[in-house]
Design a binder for this molecule. Structure first.
Ligand SMILES: *[C@@H]1O[C@H](CO)[C@@H](O)[C@H](O)[C@H]1NC(C)=O
Length: 503
C-alpha cells in the first residue's frame, strides 16, 4: 500500500510539465528531478521506466533577475478581444444599470456581501467609466493594503457595491478593495477574498465557502491553476486522541489536503485545481463543528489567493506546503509551543512540504538542514509516535525495497507515523536515515535522547509527513501482513527550522 502510494506520487510528479511554461520563466535547475528520482529508484526498486522522464522544473528567484514590474502600466493597455469588446458581461456607459440587468455578480456573494442593487442606490454616486479606457478586466489587479491585507484594485463605488472595504489606493484613482466573506454558505470569485468566521456559530453545524473558478468570470482575468489558502488565524477544538472532531476539509482540488483542526495560525495550503480555462471548478472549504465541545472557540480568517496558470510562484504539483525562502520554520498542523499532555499530532496526515532551491551569494543551495525550532513556552519541537521502551528517544525507520516484509517479526518503528527526509544525514557523524519519528530528530540507529541537525542533499528539497488514523496500538492480522505498532499518546508533531546551505 505504501508502495502504491509512493508510486502514484512519483507518477504525479512526472506530470509536472503541465504547470510549467511561463513567459517570465525562471532559470531551471537541470537534473534535480533526476536526483530525487534516483533516490526513490534505489529506495523502492522501481523499474526505471516509471521514473522517466527526469524533468527539471524548479524555478528559483535569481538575485539579478530584472524586476518584472518595470512596466507598471502594461496591464492597463491590454489588447481587446477579437470582437473589440472586453469579454462581454459589462456593458459600457451605464455600469450600474448593466450590473443590475445582467445580475453579473449576483449569486456569487454571500448574503452579507451580496450586491443588492435596489438597496441604497440613490445614495451612491454614479460609476463613471472612461470610454477611452474601456477594458474592465484591468479592474481586478491584486493589491496590498498598507496594513498588509491583500485585495483587488477597484473603483471605490464598485468596492462598496461588493460590500468590500477600501484600504489604501491603487493607480488611476482606484482603491485597494478588501473583500471579506464573514459567513457560512457563501461563494468567493474574487482573488484574495478573506473568509472569516461568523460572529455566532452553533454546534453541531457546518460552515462552507465555495470558491468558484471560471475563466469566463470577468473578475478572474487569467486562468487559475492553483489556490493558496493562508490561515491568517485558525482555531477550532482540539482533536481527540489525534482525530479531529471539529474538522476543516477541502474538496474539489486535485491534490488531497489532509483534514485538520486545532491551532493553525500562520499555516498555509496550496491546492491544485484543473485549469479554469478548461471549464469551471468549484473548490469547497468546509468546517464541521461537532456537538459536545460547544465552548471551544471557533474562529478563522482564511485568505484565498487564486494563482494564475504558468505563474513562476506556483507550488510544484502535489506540494501542500511550499516555501520560497532560504530559511524559515515549518510546523505540522496543530503544532503549538505550549506545555500540554494531550495529543496535538493529527491523525491521517499525508502530504508533502516542498522548498524552492534558493540562491545565496550567487550560488545555488546544495543542501537543506533541519533542526528542532527554539521553544520558549514549554512546547516540544519534535514528537512523532515513539517505540516501546524508548519514549524519550529519537527513532528511525528506513524506506527500503520492502518496507513491510511479512511475516511479522517486530514492532513497527516509524512505519505508520513519520517525517520523511530523503537521505537525512547527521553532518557530524555521517549517519543516515529517512523516516524520522520518536521524541528527538536524530538518524542514529538505536535512538538517542538528543536531537541533531539533519541535512539532505536530495533535490528538490521536499519532506513527506505521514501519520496513520490512530494513536492507539495497531494489531497484526492473521496473515501477518500488518506489523503491530504500540500505542503512544501525547505526541505533538514537529516544529523545525530549515536552512538551505551552499556547501
Ligand atoms: C491574485 O493575487 C495574488 C497576490 O496578490 C497574485 O499573485 C495573483 O496573480 C492574483 N491572481 C490573479 C488571477 O490575478
Amino acid at each position: 500500500m505504501a508502495k502504491l502510494g509512493l508510486f502514484l506520487f512519483i507518477v504525479a510528479l512526472s506530470n509536472q510539465t503541465s504547470l510549467a511554461c511561463n513567459d517570465d520563466k525562471d532559470e531551471q535547475l537541470p537534473g534535480t528531478w533526476r536526483e530525487l528520482n534516483d533516490y526513490w529508484l534505489r529506495a523502492l526498486s522501481f523499474p526505471s521506466f516509471l521514473l522517466e522522464p527526469a524533468i527539471s522544473y524548479q524555478g528559483r528567484s535569481s538575485l539579478n533577475r530584472a524586476n518584472s514590474n518595470t512596466k507598471p502600466f502594461k496591464n492597463y493597455f491590454i489588447k481587446k478581444n477579437a470582437d473589440g469588446k472586453a469579454s462581454g458581461r459589462f456593458a459600457f456607459g451605464g455600469l450600474k444599470a448593466s450590473l443590475i440587468n445582467t445580475g453579473l455578480f449576483n449569486n456569487r456573494f454571500t448574503p452579507a456581501n451580496t450586491f443588492r442593487p435596489l438597496q441604497g442606490l440613490g445614495k451612491q454616486s454614479p460609476v463613471v467609466l472612461n470610454p477611452n479606457f474601456d477594458n474592465l478586466l484591468t479592474t481586478f489587479d491584486g493589491c496590498t493594503a498598507p496594513n498588509g491585507e491583500s485585495g483587488i484594485c477597484a473603483p471605490g463605488n464598485i468596492c462598496s457595491l461588493f460590500g468590500g472595504r477600501p484600504s489604501g489606493s491603487c493607480i488611476l484613482g482606484k482603491v485597494c478593495c478588501i473583500n471579506v466573506v464573514p459567513s457560512c454558505g457563501g461563494t468567493a470569485t474574487l482573488n484574495n477574498t478573506y473568509w472569516q468566521s461568523p460572529a455566532i456559530l452553533s454546534a453541531p453545524s457546518t460552515c462552507t465557502l465555495t470558491v468558484k473558478l471560471d475563466a469566463t468570470f470577468v473578475e478572474q482575468k487569467k486562468p487559475i491553476c492553483q489556490l493558496r489558502l493562508d490561515f491568517v488565524s485558525f482555531t477550532t477544538s482540539q482533536p481527540t486522541a489525534g482525530t479531529c472532531t471539529d474538522t476543516f476539509q477541502v474538496s474539489g482540488s486535485t491534490n488531497i489536503a489532509p483534514i485538520i483542526c486545532g491551532d493553525n495560525d500562520g499555516q498555509h495550503m496550496y491546492l491544485d485545481v484543473p485549469s479554469s480555462l478548461n471549464g469551471p471548478t468549484n473548490v469547497r472549504l468546509m468546517f464541521n463543528f461537532a456537538a459536545g465541545s460547544g465552548n471551544s472557540p471557533r474562529t478563522w480568517n482564511i485568505k484565498i489567493a487564486m494563482l494564475p496558470c504558468g505563474a513562476n510562484y506556483l507550488a510544484p504539483r502535489d506540494c501542500l506546503q511550499y516555501y520560497t525562502s532560504a530559511t524559515g520554520i515549518i510546523k505540522s498542523f496543530n503544532w503549538r509551543d505550549i506545555a500540554e499532555v494531550a495529543t496535538r499530532q493529527l491523525n491521517s496526515q499525508n502530504y508533502n512540504i516542498c522548498f524552492r532551491t534558493e540562491e545565496m551569494d550567487k550560488q545555488i543551495a546544495s543542501r537543506m538542514c533541519l533542526m528542532p525550532c527554539t521553544i520558549t513556552n514549554g512546547g516540544d519541537a519534535f514528537s512523532i509516535t515513539s517505540v516501546p521502551g524508548n519514549l524519550a528517544n529519537s527513532a528511525v525507520g528506513t524506506t527500503g525495497p520492502n518496507p513491510i516484509p511479512p511475516p511479522v517479526a517486530t514492532v513497527a518503528v516509524c512505519l505508520y507515523d513519520f517525517l520523511l527526509i530523503a537521505q537525512g544525514t547527521d553532518p557530524i557523524t555521517g549517519l543516515v536515515a529517512d523516516r524520522f519519528c520518536g521524541n528527538q530528530l536524530n538518524p542514529i540507529p538505536n535512538g538517542a535522547a538528543v536531537s541533531v541537525t539533519v541535512c539532505t542533499r536530495i533535490q528538490p528539497f521536499k519532506l513527506t509527513y505521514q501519520t496513520d488514523n490512530t494513536e492507539g496500538a495497531v494489531f497484526a492480522n492473521n496473515q501477518g501482513i500488518i506489523i503491530p505498532a504500540f500505542g503512544d499518546a501525547g505526541n505533538v508533531g514537529f516544529c523545525l527550522d530549515f536552512q538551505q546551505r551552499i556547501n
